[in-house]
Ligand binder design. Structure first.
Ligand SMILES: [Ca+2]
Length: 317
């Protein structure tokens, strides 16, 4: 009798333990964005161009910044009145807010020069601008600003000595395309059958749902992203900084240690990235650690182009 009762007792205790454990797990995970869920990386291939995209399932997360440190100041140059209005509305990254998003897929990497070149070949061959944005300025051919022999800084010997660059610096195939404005990014995304990510989509893809500051976590470490804007001959070790090896954009995917929870590369640093709202996310090769936080945001006029600014695409999934 006793021998037969023991297994039953053990089974009851085990069942209670499992039930209790499940209850506690449910309590700990039932409260929405404060409850980290297991993130699984799922890579798909976009059929139109073979590009790698990471799937982000429908979920809720806390966007923005909850701490009380001051938000980054607005950049100190003038904008048209409509951009000032946009900036006033979007610059603050506080307070943090709960956001629920539908499933989407987002490019694993920033759009590269090789990918963008195929788009330019299409536009130049067909003259087809039918997928471009309705407000796009007339006469655009979508050529990135730095693909030609352009940069007045090259004429300054002091600058060229400390931060040299040439035709390949901004145009080699495996580097992110930069020097493109919001209309260029919009047009490329539409041409390839994608769209620009919303800011919230971009942020969720970059930081997951546990509130981390950077794609790899909340502790800063040099070497996990192309950032900082070091120049040749500058002894960054004296200030505790480590060189990441790149003054300007690096080939996409050069910093696997800084990959995001969903498996996206270079969401902090390398090229800063246009979002659908004409807001720039992620900071660049020239940005400070604070400026490449996942929640940091910066509004720009849509015609703005610079050698630190590119994009990646998204699509519904
Ligand atoms: Ca980036």
């Amino acid at each position: 009798m006793r021998a037969r009762a023991m297994p039953l007792l053990i089974a009851i205790v085990a069942a209670c333990g499992l039930a209790g454990g499940a209850f506690l797990w449910k309590r700990a995970h039932a409260k929405g964005p404060e409850s980290p869920v297991v993130i699984r990386r799922l890579e798909i291939v976009h059929p139109a161009d073979g590009s790698a995209m990471m799937v982000v399932p429908a979920m809720e997360f806390s966007a923005g910044t909850a701490d009380s440190a001051p938000a980054s100041p607005a950049p100190p140059f003038l904008h048209p009145p409509d951009v000032l209005a946009v900036r006033a509305a979007v610059d603050p990254e506080r307070p943090a807010r709960n956001v629920r998003l539908n499933a989407f897929a987002i490019d694993r990497y920033e759009v590269t020069n090789a990918q963008y070149r195929r788009f330019l070949e299409f536009v130049s061959k067909t003259g087809d601008h039918s997928r471009c944005h309705a407000q796009e300025p007339k006469g655009k051919d979508h050529t990135p600003r730095y693909w030609g022999d352009y940069n007045p800084l090259l004429k300054d010997p002091a600058y060229a000595a400390s931060a040299p660059f040439g035709p390949a610096t901004f145009a080699s195939d495996n580097k992110p395309v930069v020097g493109v404005d919001w209309f260029d990014a919009f047009a490329y995304a539409a041409w390839v059958g994608k769209r620009l990510p919303s800011e919230d989509e971009w942020e969720l893809a970059a930081r997951g749902n546990d509130g981390r500051r950077w794609p790899w976590g909340s502790e800063w470490s040099w070497g996990l992203a192309n950032a900082g804007g070091e120049k040749l001959g500058t002894d960054v070790s004296a200030s505790g900084r480590e060189k990441d090896g790149y003054i300007y954009p690096a080939p996409v995917g050069s910093f696997p240690g800084g990959r995001s929870p969903f498996g996206c590369d270079d969401m902090a640093g390398n090229a800063a990235e246009w979002c659908a709202e004409r807001v720039v996310r992620g900071g660049s090769s020239r940005s400070s650690p604070s400026s490449i936080r996942c929640a940091a945001r910066e509004a720009r006029e849509p015609e703005f182009r610079t050698f630190t600014l590119g994009f990646r695409c998204a699509k519904d999934n």
